[in-house]
Design a protein around this ligand. Structure first.
Ligand code: F3S
Length: 646
């Protein structure tokens, strides 16, 4: 008999159906969910559409941390909607100003051995406390709350075995940058990264959370650390020691892959523009002039991180050419910094204290100047994400960032003639007030969900009919991205909960009359080519076409996630049996698909009649029988509703 990994132990405890084997789809019990406001409005619209009385999870939290800027009424409307929906369904609401969802979740709700799904890609931060925390699409979170379960393909398990100790000026951020350098941004796809080894002991829970947070940059499903004495200490300091249990892999656990890392081998590192895996040593970058330094984000905004920053800033001044911004991860951390004088040290050094929120990480302010170099403790430095396309964004630890803020250039701290003590002791007692949380109450459950004018109901499909007719309202070329289908820009961002408005911009960069053609023809069919729907996973790229009445998309091939989103929306994704048939069809040809339901059920090829040209061609559906059931129901929401109604 061989032993079990920690991941398998937790999954086994939560297994509702399926076989716990790599590549197989399993259904697991969901203990907790989280949403942030940017994806959350859609999640709560979906929950509303599911018509449930209350949620089935132990704890679900709705955080407002992304779009906290209220330059128009739209974001404020979204916050109000989320707040009232949370009250109605028994969800905890975290007000803007409380902090960043992942830091807050770790402090207030994270629980070793539990499962968490969240509509934010950095949900794996929770793995730092020993939970299985997975970032998913919003609909999965809504379904997770309504049904208490989540379907996932069992990933491969990679063990990163840590030995040794970090040297001075090297921190958890450098560990994950080191892993990114080794594995790249694709290295974690289809995998869960499980950390173990004696090196784990020297890392605090918030250090571990920094590492699991950026596991998202590896593309990993999630990352997880064992739950040990440090986990107990952290929970105790948060007044939640009852949530603790010891958790670790068996000594003879079996893994798909094992990577050994000696922590003492890791130097201070930075990720260069424009990718988190473009990692280089500080030695190579020393002397680079820095214009902006930003400290915070869900990666590096813990008490420990900010105390190190304060220790470095104390008695120093921010360089005249640098703008230093600091956003604490939570209101309680800010309170602690205020109480112990660290906040004063930051202010006296000339730092700009920003709101406890995502802020500049999501482009809410602090866009760098033209051609500026911005050094950030964040997790992503993709081209243009800062709001300034010509800026060069580097990622590094809080230590490196704080030193650069004082010196005005990137400096190898090991060369500094200084005896600054950055060994910060974990606090024995965190400030644990809940000032910014609204907890569910019986009274709240009677509340009416407030939908301001910017919030429109979620589009829902009807059950699939056996005959589908419609015009080819758009014929596209190869490699259409989800950005092409549903552009996302500063002007459109406040309308995430307004699909009717957004849909007027569907395909707008390719053909601005697309939405009008759909309206005139009562929807229709899209004919795509190769790799249709590549790029970001945004659900809006399926929801906007759904609103416009698109029933079927026929292509040569689909990108995987977009195809799944189409199925979730009840739009049938069909692939040409003979790719040459693509050339024979033109935009505005009228198509008739007969026996669609029957053919899908029987797994047969489907005949499409082109009425305009009087020709017939064949298409096929590539998917599981569960996918077919979802399509027949008219999308995942209806399918789940049917299941819930029994
Ligand atoms: Fe927020 Fe940036 Fe994290 S947007 S959730 S701080 S990645």
């Amino acid at each position: 008999m061989s032993g079990k990994s920690l991941t398998y132990k937790i999954l086994e405890n939560h297994l509702l159906s399926g076989n716990l084997k790599t590549g197989e789809e399993i259904e697991i019990k969901v203990d907790q969910t989280l949403t942030q406001d940017s994806t959350g409005t859609m999640v709560y619209l979906q929950l509303e559409a599911m018509n449930i009385d209350e949620i089935k999870t132990d704890i679900s939290v709705a955080y407002v941390d992304h779009n906290t800027l209220q330059a128009g009424f739209e974001n404020a409307d979204d916050h109000e909607f989320i707040k009232t929906a949370a009250a109605k369904y028994g969800i905890v609401y975290s007000k803007p100003g409380n902090g960043i969802c992942h830091q807050l979740h770790l402090e207030n709700f994270g629980k070793p051995g539990a499962t968490l799904i969240g509509s934010d890609s950095h949900t794996p931060t929770g793995g730092g406390i020993g939970m299985i925390a997975i970032g998913t699409g919003g609909l999965d979170v809504a379904i997770g709350m309504a049904s208490g379960s989540y379907f996932v393909k069992v990933p491969k398990i990679v063990n990163i075995k840590l030995s040794g100790k970090l040297n001075k000026w090297v921190s958890a951020k450098d560990v994950i940058l080191y892993v990114l350098q080794k594995l790249t941004v694709k290295g974690g796809v289809g995998k869960i990264i499980e950390y173990s080894g004696e090196g784990v002991e020297s890392l605090s829970v918030t250090d571990r959370a920094t590492i699991t947070n950026m596991g998202a940059e590896l593309g990993a499903t999630t990352s997880i650390f064992p739950s040990d004495k440090s986990t107990y200490e952290f929970l105790k300091a948060q007044g939640r020691e009852d949530a603790w249990q010891e958790l670790k892999a068996d000594n003879d656990a079996v893994y798909d892959e094992v990577i050994e890392i000696d922590l003492s081998d890791i130097p201070p590192l930075l990720a260069k523009p424009h990718s988190p895996d473009a990692v280089d040593s500080i030695v190579q970058l020393e002397g680079t002039k820095v214009d902006q330094v930003l400290i915070g984000s869900c990666t590096n905004s813990s008490y420990n991180d900010l105390m190190k920053v304060a220790a470095i800033l104390k008695g120093n001044k921010v360089h005249p050419d640098v703008s230093l911004g600091i956003s604490p991860g939570s209101s309680n951390i800010l309170q602690m910094l205020a109480d112990n004088g660290a906040l004063g040290d930051m202010i006296q050094a000339g730092a700009r204290i920003l709101e406890c929120a995502c802020g500049p990480c999501i482009g809410m302010g602090q866009a760098p100047a033209t051609d500026a170099v911005s050094l950030r403790t964040f997790n992503r430095n993709f081209y243009g994400r800062s709001g300034t396309n010509s800026a060069s964004v580097y990622l590094a630890s809080p230590e490196l960032a704080a030193i650069a803020a004082i010196k005005g250039t990137m400096v190898d701290p090991r060369t500094l003639d200084t005896n600054i003590d950055i060994k910060i002791e974990e606090p024995e007692k965190y400030y644990t007030d809940k000032n910014y949380f609204i907890f569910p109450s019986e009274e709240g459950k009677k509340s009416v969900v407030k939908m301001g004018p910017n919030i429109k109901p979620f589009p829902i499909n009807g059950p699939l009919t056996d005959t589908v007719e419609g015009k080819i309202v758009l014929k596209t070329g190869d490699n259409i991205t989800t950005d092409d289908i549903m552009p996302s820009n500063a002007a459109l961002l406040p309308f995430r909960s307004n699909i009717p408005h957004l849909s007027k911009f569907c395909f707008s960069t390719i053909d601005e009359n697309f939405w009008k053609r759909c309206e005139e023809n009562n929807g229709g069919i899209i004919l795509g080519a190769d790799n249709y729907g590549q790029g970001s996973s945004r659900e809006h790229a399926a929801l906007a076409p759904l609103h416009l009445g698109i029933k079927v998309v026929i292509t040569k091939t689909f990108a995987r996630i977009h195809k799944a989103n189409l199925i979730n929306s009840g739009i049938v994704p069909l692939e040409l049996v003979n790719e040459k048939d693509y050339d024979g069809q033109d935009q505005m040809d009228e198509l008739v698909i007969n026996d669609l339901v029957t053919s899908l059920k029987e797994g047969k090829n489907i005949k499409v009649y082109n009425k305009t040209k009087d020709i017939t061609f064949e298409v096929k559906f590539n998917g599981s029988s569960r996918d077919v059931d979802i399509l027949l129901a008219g999308g995942k929401l209806n399918y789940t509703k049917q299941g819930l109604e029994g």
